[in-house]
Design a protein around this ligand. Structure first.
Ligand code: ADP
Ligand code: MG
Length: 358
């Protein structure tokens, strides 16, 4: 077992929280406005204790506002927030942030530049005999053992976010809120950190809400993914459910690549431009059918023209068009087997899919 895993196990064993103190994080019909702007509208979410939920949505959809409500930084206009069986917020009563065991990590680590790394991590900790030990333990968890005396200004962006995470973890929060913590990092570092942090949060078993506008990041981080748009929750599901059974056309295209083509629905299949496609549930006569590009295959034929192709190494994305102007994306493993201008036929080879009301 790695030193890392040993440490986290040790930490869990020493955890002074009484049993039953840790519970689900729940919001019910939560609403909040900035003046005329309804930022959070009737939001009900359930974050099961000890698991990570990713909150996914485009910029401006209300993710940060929802986190601020959960943290107790804003007062709901309607609805309520509960954690571990206790009510934290209602329009009448808001338990202040410092009285909630909630840790936060922001997009910008928001470290105090004039304090050392250790002083930053220790900021919210009570004075006491175990303070230095707790700080070093938190730094070790995030892979910064022995760096306590450094100045935050001497660290890389990734290291600063690690310090911010250590600072949030040090007081032993019940709930951890992370607001696009990797958004300002370069892509390679982002991928590395998200894998590491996903594993750390799972090992620690901290109830966490991880905000992102990046679908891939949401899928890697969250056991559950909640999709938001315009202040509302559109769908809560596991990543695989979300991908295979998106609730509507918007979710389908926001979560991964999607062809959404007109179809004639039935009980078990729909008629589409690529022929009959199996359905997971019955669809209306006039509908729109979701065809994921990797569930389509190219065959010999002449119904479609290859307009464009992009080779990604592991696979190739073909953009096709038929004589009616319908566009289709097809993803096939390996190197290109066509050039643009080629003609081909397309067939569906995926699992039962979903259709939306047209
Ligand atoms: P996200 O984090 O998903 O990008 P936000 O929660 O920051 O979304 O914002 C939700 C909506 O509320 C947006 O329309 C945004 O412009 C608005 N908003 C956010 N903060 C403020 C504020 N302090 N004053 C007024 N409007 C705000
Ligand atoms: Mg935000």
């Amino acid at each position: 077992m790695s030193a890392f895993a040993l440490l986290t196990r040790e930490r869990l064993r020493k955890d002074p929280r009484p049993p039953g103190d840790v519970g689900d994080l729940i919001t019910r019909s939560l609403s909040f406005s900035y003046g005329d702007v309804r930022a959070v509208a009737d939001v009900s979410i359930d974050v099961p204790a000890g698991t990570v939920t990713a909150l996914l949505g485009p910029s401006g959809c209300g993710k940060t506002t929802l986190l601020r409500l959960i943290a107790g930084l804003e007062r709901p206009e309607a609805g309520s927030i509960h954690a571990g069986g206790e009510t934290l917020s209602t329009p009448d009563r808001v338990r202040p942030p410092e009285k909630r065991r909630i840790g936060m990590v922001f997009q910008e680590g928001a470290l105090f530049p004039h304090l050392s790394v250790a002083e930053n991590v220790g900021f919210g900790l009570p004075r006491g005999p175990h303070r230095a030990e707790t700080i070093e333990e938190a730094l070790t968890l995030v892979g910064l053992s022995g760096m306590g005396q450094r100045s935050p200004t001497s660290l890389s962006g990734g290291q600063r976010q690690r310090v911010a995470l250590a600072r949030a973890l040090a007081p032993g929060p019940e709930v951890l809120l992370l607001d696009e913590p990797f958004a300002n990092l370069d892509p390679a570092l982002r991928v590395e950190l998200r894998t590491e942090v996903a594993s750390l949060l799972r090992t620690l078993g901290i109830t966490s809400v991880f905000v992102t506008h990046d679908q891939e990041e949401a899928f890697v981080m969250g056991a559950q993914v909640i999709v938001m748009r315009d202040g509302r929750v559109l769908q809560s599901a596991t990543p695989s459910e979300l991908y295979s059974r998106p609730a509507n056309r918007w979710v389908a295209t926001f979560v991964g690549e999607a062809n959404v083509v007109p179809g004639q629905g039935g009980a078990e299949a729909a008629d589409t431009v690529v022929g009959s496609v199996p359905l997971a549930e019955a669809a209306p006569a006039t509908c729109e059918v979701l065809l994921r590009p990797e569930h389509l295959a190219l065959d010999t034929g002449d119904a479609w023209e290859v307009e464009q192709l992009e080779f990604y190494g592991h696979d190739t994305l073909y953009v096709l068009r038929d004589d009616q102007g319908q566009k289709l994306m097809v993803r096939a493993a390996g190197a290109p087997r066509h050039v643009s201008g080629d003609r081909a036929s397309v067939r569906y080879q995926g699992p039962p899919t979903v259709a939306f009301e047209a």
